[in-house]
Design a protein around this ligand. Structure first.
Ligand SMILES: Nc1ncnc2c1ncn2[C@@H]1O[C@H](COP(=O)(O)OP(=O)(O)OP(=O)(O)O)[C@@H](O)[C@H]1O
Length: 249
């Protein structure tokens, strides 16, 4: 029987090195992001997860190679990388506080069409309900939904999403995770996430960083099902006590 070749990864990061403020932050990071599903980028605080994501976007000068959909993107300017179809939701959510929800979405419109308001409002009905409300007065969870809505508005081929559930109540974290899971059916996601219950629910693949290096690559659930490995790599005992909605398990 002929083997079906596995799809090419959508993103290939090879031997990525980044120095910031005189310190070597990434020391040869190598990993792939599959063309489907969610790849979780994990690790303790300060190990280089955000730096990795920003480097993919051309926001830090980096050594090594970055290929997106088979194309070398490391030397491209950030706006050109974005135009190739890489969407980014940063950790601080980056919504315009003084503008309404609707204005925030309209500002995210780009030349790349179609603008998928139907998808955004289907995933996050609260954004339609609060269309006229200033973004700065939304709750943290609603602001996160707006930030995700902004990036989902245009067609993307890969989403880089940095800690989308950080600081959210279990209820909102659950809602955001559920929406991202739906999004991941259409667009591959590289997800930085500390909430391991969210990771277990969404991610198929896991990449773990430690001190600027990849120390583990493999199946996300297998990693999280192994308390010793989880403890050694992530410094926690895994998502065993509470699920993503905060219920005890
Ligand atoms: N512009 C910068 N100048 C100097 N050092 C920086 C800069 N940006 C990040 N760093 C340092 O690089 C290291 C990695 O930071 P990074 O934000 O990538 O970590 P992280 O894994 O995303 O952490 P966290 O989980 O806490 O968000 C940290 O020690 C941080 O202080």
């Amino acid at each position: 029987m002929r083997e079906v070749p596995a799809a090419e990864p959508i993103l290939r990061v090879s031997d990525l090195t980044v120095t910031l403020g005189g310190s070597a932050i990434l020391r040869g990071v190598t990993f792939d992001v599959a063309a489907t599903g969610v790849t979780a980028l994990l690790g303790r605080n300060g190990v280089g997860k955000t730096t990795t994501v920003k480097s993919v976007l051309g926001l830090h000068p980096a050594g090594g190679a970055i290929r997106f959909a088979g194309r070398d993107i490391k030397t491209l300017a950030t706006h050109r990388i974005a135009r190739l179809g890489i969407g980014y939701v940063p950790e601080d959510r980056a919504v315009f506080a003084a503008l309404t929800v609707e204005e925030n979405l309209r500002l995210a419109e780009t030349a790349r069409r179609p603008h998928r308001y139907d998808l955004v409002y289907e995933l996050f009905p609260v954004l339609r309900e609060r269309a006229r409300q200033r973004a700065g007065t939304l709750s943290g969870g609603e602001q996160q939904m707006l930030a995700l809505g902004r990036v989902l508005l245009g067609p993307s081929r890969l989403l880089l999403i940095d800690e989308p559930t950080k600081g959210l109540s279990p209820k909102y974290a659950g809602q955001v995770a559920a929406a991202l899971k739906l999004v991941a059916r259409e667009v591959p996601i590289l997800l930085v996430e500390q909430n391991l219950a969210v990771v277990r629910r969404m991610a198929r693949d896991a990449v773990v960083l430690d001190m600027g290096r990849v120390v583990h690559v493999g199946d996300a659930r297998a990693l999280l099902a192994d308390p010793d490995l989880t403890n050694r790599l992530l410094g926690v005992s895994g998502p065993r006590t509470r699920d993503v909605n905060g219920s005890a398990r």
